[in-house]
Write a protein of this length. Structure first.
Length: 217
């Protein structure tokens, strides 16, 4: 799974590279020219590579609990040199910052609400006033059944030769493993963690993405 991550993940997440580009756009709105960005759940290195390529003056700290995934990230971002620091751990192991922006992509849906709130609060404390946080992950749909949307995501991931029956079984497994929150609950948690103005900017089948901001004061 680790070996195939860089190849298969863009096939599984609709518009993943554009999601990275949108994150850069929104962080750039408030960031300094030499911005420092925290990437939580950085294993695999895909977003780090996108960000570092798009903004050669920025520096990054990538944090992930999996050493195998960090090793993969290190290889993918090797051209960025010292601009990327990789740390094994979770939000508690991340530097204090303050950072000019942060991302947590394809990660929070693995956490319970309590765990997610802890992570979001940790991210908020590490951001400069007014700095953005970008998150994206599977979400419980506002309209329709979660299993139906997860099946569509699994079918999309499987490509042209997808078997919908197999995709439906995969969706059932995802429902058992993932903590799917409603759009309303997602935004409630961000506000509870201290973020302001949460706004959805990305939707792809069962995936949703938001931007929210550390308070100015």
């Amino acid at each position: 799974m680790v070996a195939d991550y860089a190849k298969v993940t863009p096939q599984r997440v609709p518009g993943l590279l554009d999601l990275h580009r949108m994150a850069v756009v929104m962080i750039s709105e408030t960031a300094r020219e030499d911005a420092s960005v925290l990437v939580l759940g950085a294993g695999g290195g895909l977003e780090l590579h996108s960000f570092a390529t798009a903004r050669p003056n920025w520096s990054f700290v990538g944090v992930d609990p999996s050493q195998a995934m960090l090793d993969l990230a290190a290889n993918i971002v090797k051209d960025a040199g010292s601009r990327v620091e990789l740390l094994r751990g979770d939000i508690n192991d991340a530097p204090d910052g303050p950072f000019d922006g942060a991302t947590c992509l394809l990660t929070l849906h693995f956490l319970t609400q309590a765990e997610r709130l802890h992570v979001l609060r940790g991210l908020r404390k590490r951001l400069r006033p007014g700095a953005p946080l970008i998150i994206a992950h599977h979400c419980r749909p506002k309209i329709g059944q979660a299993h139906d949307w997860l099946t569509r995501s699994a079918t999309f991931a499987a490509g042209e030769n997808a078997d919908v029956t197999i995709a439906a079984r995969s969706a059932m497994g995802m429902m058992q493993k993932l903590m799917l929150l409603s759009e309303k609950d997602e935004e409630m948690l961000m506000r509870k963690a201290g973020f302001t103005a949460p706004a959805m900017f990305y939707a792809g089948l069962s995936f949703r993405g938001w931007v929210a901001y550390a308070p100015e004061h």
